[in-house]
Each structure stands twice: as structure tokens, then as C-alpha cells.
Design a protein around this ligand. Structure first.
Ligand code: ADP
Ligand code: MG
Length: 254
């Protein structure tokens, strides 16, 4: 190809924002010649490159937007330590049909048993699949909504939660809420209902969840929506955080 024509091609690709095609053009060209690919096959390879690279960029962006705590992948979760949770059921959730069906997941149990870890692990799988996910502690959610109320952006913030595919609300029921906060939480839950999946983790058993909300009516309506299509897991056991102190084999190993 004439150098000038080639330059035109590069500029055209730039204008069309086909950055990755631009990058792999030479390499793919050489391969196409060596393997005697048809024109269409060559074009298909270039398009594959662009699509794959854009998908990877999008996953990376969504991973950042999700605000996960670091680590906590499903592969890192040791089901032999946490036997009160059905491994198969979690692996089944990791297929993410629950997100497709707008179902919820509720993880209840004492501190340190892996509730947040499992919630984040499922969230990470969802991002890998291209879903929009947001991780928030309930505390943070309440504070953010208070701030939005103050600067007049409450509606748009509530909308931004609803536009997620999966909302992870960590640590429900730690602090009692005033009327405004519990009303906000209710709006998030009812906004998500049958539109967006929610994963909730809590130290408190269901009977105590009512206390989180300011009035019994809000509590009943909120829990009703949250638990309607929910996969509920009750985790038990010692705190994973403390296991180094209590397991003699492990403490010797360090
Ligand atoms: P919870 O949310 O139930 O209080 P976390 O999920 O935050 O507990 O778990 C506490 C810490 O222990 C985290 O660092 C988590 O990654 C780790 N952890 C808990 N359970 C397991 C497990 N079964 N396998 C691997 N790491 C675990
Ligand atoms: Mg936790």
C-alpha cells in the first residue's frame, strides 16, 4: 500500500475512534497474509479486537464505579471454613440469573463470618458480566442521601441507585435511623423493587430489622419488598478475623 494511502487509513481509523484496530492492524495484516485469510475474515478479526478491548475498558470502568472494598473474590472464599453456607447455592447465584430476574440476596449472621465477602464476590462476578453494580454501606447510603437532600439532588441520586443492575447494601441494622434516614432507605428499597437486584448484609436477625426503620409501617413495607424475591442465607460460625488466634495449627504456621 502507498505510504500516503496508509497514512490516510490510520487517520480515518483515528477519526472513527477505532483505536484498537489501529493498534492491531499491522499484526493482523501479517497474520492474514501468512494464513491466507479472506478479506472478510481479516476484517472480522479486527472488529473482534476492537470489541474485546472496549468490553475490557467498560468492565474496568464499572469495577471502579462499583466502589468495592479490595479483594473479596469468590475464588478467595474458603467454603471449607464457612460450612454454614451452601457452596452450591452461592455458585448458582454466581451465574447471575438472580440479577436478570431482579431478585435479592440477604446474608445474615454474626460479625466476621464472610457476609461482606460473599456480597462483594457476587458483585465482582456481576461486573465481569457487564452489569452495573454499586457497593455501599447503609451508613454511607444514609449520609449520601442526607447530603443530596441538602443540595437538592435527592431525586437524581435515588435515580442513580435505581439505574444499577445490582445494589449492595452492606451492614443494615447497625445503627437506628431517624425518620428522614429511614424514609430514604425505604425509597431506595422500593425504587429497586422488581427493577434492580439488591444484596443486603446484616448482623441483626430479621426480627430486629424493624427497629432500623423509624415506624413499624415503613419497616413492614420495606422488608416486604426486600424479602419478596429473596435468597436468604443465615451464616454461622466464629469470626474469620479471629481464627488466627483460636486455631493452634494456624497460629503455629505463622
Ligand atoms: P462479615 O461481613 O460477615 O462481618 P467479612 O466478609 O468482612 O465478614 O469477613 C471478614 C474478613 O475475613 C474479610 O477479610 C474476609 O475476606 C475474610 N473471610 C471471611 N470468611 C472467609 C472465608 N470463608 N474464606 C476466606 N476469607 C474469609
Ligand atoms: Mg461485613
Amino acid at each position: 500500500m502507498e505510504p500516503q494511502r496508509y497514512q490516510q487509513l490510520l487517520e480515518g481509523l483515528k477519526r472513527l475512534k477505532l483505536r484498537h484496530v489501529r493498534q492491531t492492524l499491522e499484526e493482523r495484516n501479517e497474520a492474514a497474509i501468512a494464513r491466507q485469510l479472506s478479506y472478510l475474515e481479516y476484517l472480522a478479526l479486527l472488529v473482534d479486537d476492537e470489541v474485546a478491548a472496549r468490553q475490557a475498558t467498560q468492565v474496568q470502568k464499572r469495577l471502579q464505579a462499583a466502589r468495592f472494598p479490595s479483594g473479596m473474590t469468590l475464588e478467595e472464599f474458603d467454603f471449607t471454613v464457612q460450612t454454614s453456607v451452601n457452596r452450591q447455592a452461592i455458585l448458582d447465584l454466581a451465574r447471575l440469573q438472580f440479577v436478570e430476574r431482579h431478585e435479592n440476596v440477604v446474608l445474615v449472621g454474626p460479625p466476621g463470618v464472610g457476609k461482606t465477602h460473599l456480597a462483594v464476590a457476587l458483585g465482582r462476578k456481576a461486573v465481569d458480566r457487564g452489569y452495573r453494580v454499586l457497593f455501599l454501606t447503609v451508613d454511607r447510603l444514609v449520609n449520601d442521601l442526607y447530603a443530596s437532600l441538602a443540595d437538592g439532588t435527592l431525586k437524581s441520586r435515588l435515580k442513580s441507585y435505581q439505574s444499577q443492575d445490582l445494589l449492595i447494601l452492606d451492614e443494615l441494622g447497625y445503627l437506628p435511623m431517624d425518620a428522614t434516614a429511614s424514609n430514604h432507605l425505604f425509597q431506595v428499597i422500593s425504587g429497586a423493587y422488581e427493577h434492580c437486584s439488591v444484596i443486603v448484609t446484616s448482623n441483626a436477625p430479621f426480627q430486629e430489622w424493624g427497629h432500623v426503620f423509624a415506624t413499624p409501617t415503613l419497616a413492614a413495607a420495606g422488608l416486604d419488598r426486600l424479602l419478596h424475591h429473596a435468597h436468604v442465607f443465615s451464616l454461622r460460625g466464629e469470626s474469620y478475623r479471629l481464627r488466627w488466634d483460636t486455631d493452634p495449627a494456624l497460629s503455629q504456621a505463622t
